[in-house]
Design a protein around this ligand. Structure first.
Ligand code: UGA
Ligand code: MN
Length: 244
């Protein structure tokens, strides 16, 4: 089965390094379609160039965050317009396979992609480095789904991270209304609830019965307020030149 990997991304100094790392992870994964969707009005040329260089089968789309959310203060629904655009692309272009939301800044052990490839409905597995407890995961007892562990339950039916699950494309297509809500903190729960009927006990539990961590919710430190687009734009004050 083909994997449809939906990656939301947006312009910032860390975009190029994050996308370079993710691209080089995905170069190790066969039979994928990488849907890279920018929260932007038009595609970033450096990202298009990066995608072309990799040789990965990709689609480069844009889906700006609606202004009413972007201009609101406080937490924003990050990556939601992008992911819904990805879902729309899959509805129009795919008939089987498996879809996964891969944020541009997480760290993926490539073994998880081979495991999720066989998802029949919805599969799940642990994600490390999330909240102060450092883990979000389904809890498995005697090989069966037993509950969820997460540092922020918030009354969610599915208290999981975006990186914690994959969905069969056929299963998604049978649910024409499934969509991700613009609801900070509740995007995963809202999307998974929109896949009803779906009960936690139907989940396919991967990563050796949810005992192994194969995905980490890593976040990059903000190193610099600006990114050098090329390596020849010098600021005089930071330059030493050889005298003739
Ligand atoms: C957590 C979850 O893991 C995300 O899946 C969820 O989207 C996010 O919270 C949220 O709901 O706010 P976190 O690391 O806090 O992730 O968020 P980011 O990594 O900053 O953003 C998630 C994804 O959306 C990234 O792929 C990022 O490139 C993209 N994004 C972020 C945008 O497209 N636009 C933005 O303005 C910000
Ligand atoms: Mn992130």
């Amino acid at each position: 089965p083909k994997l449809y990997i939906i990656t939301p991304t947006y312009r910032r100094p860390e975009q190029q390094p994050e996308m370079t790392r993710l691209a080089q992870t995905l170069l190790h994964v066969k039979n994928i379609k990488w849907l890279v969707i920018e929260d932007a009005d038009k595609p970033t040329p450096e990202i298009t160039a990066l995608l072309k260089r990799t040789g990965i089968d990709f689609e480069h789309l844009v889906a700006p965050m609606p202004a009413k959310y972007k201009n609101k203060k406080g937490s924003k629904p990050r990556g939601v317009s992008n992911r819904n655009r990805g879902i729309e692309w899959i509805r129009e272009n795919a008939s089987d396979g498996v879809m996964y939301f891969a944020d541009d800044d997480n760290t993926y052990d490539i073994r998880i992609f081979e495991q999720m490839r066989h998802t029949k409905k919805v599969s799940m597995w642990p994600v490390g480095l999330l909240t102060k407890v450092g883990l979000s995961t389904p809890v498995v007892k005697n090989g069966q789904f037993h509950g969820f562990y997460d540092g922020w339950m918030a009354n969610r039916k599915f208290p999981v991270d975006m990186a914690e699950f994959a969905v069969s494309v056929k299963f998604l297509l049978q649910r024409p209304k499934a969509t991700m809500p613009y609801k900070p903190g509740y995007e995963e729960d809202g999307f998974l609830k929109s896949l009803a009927p779906l009960e936690p006990k139907e989940l396919e539990l991967l990563a050796n019965g949810c005992t192994e961590i194969l995905v980490w919710h890593t976040q990059s430190k903000k190193n610099s307020p600006s990114a050098a687009i090329n390596a020849t734009q010098y600021k005089d004050t930071n330059l030493i030149e050889l005298k003739k």
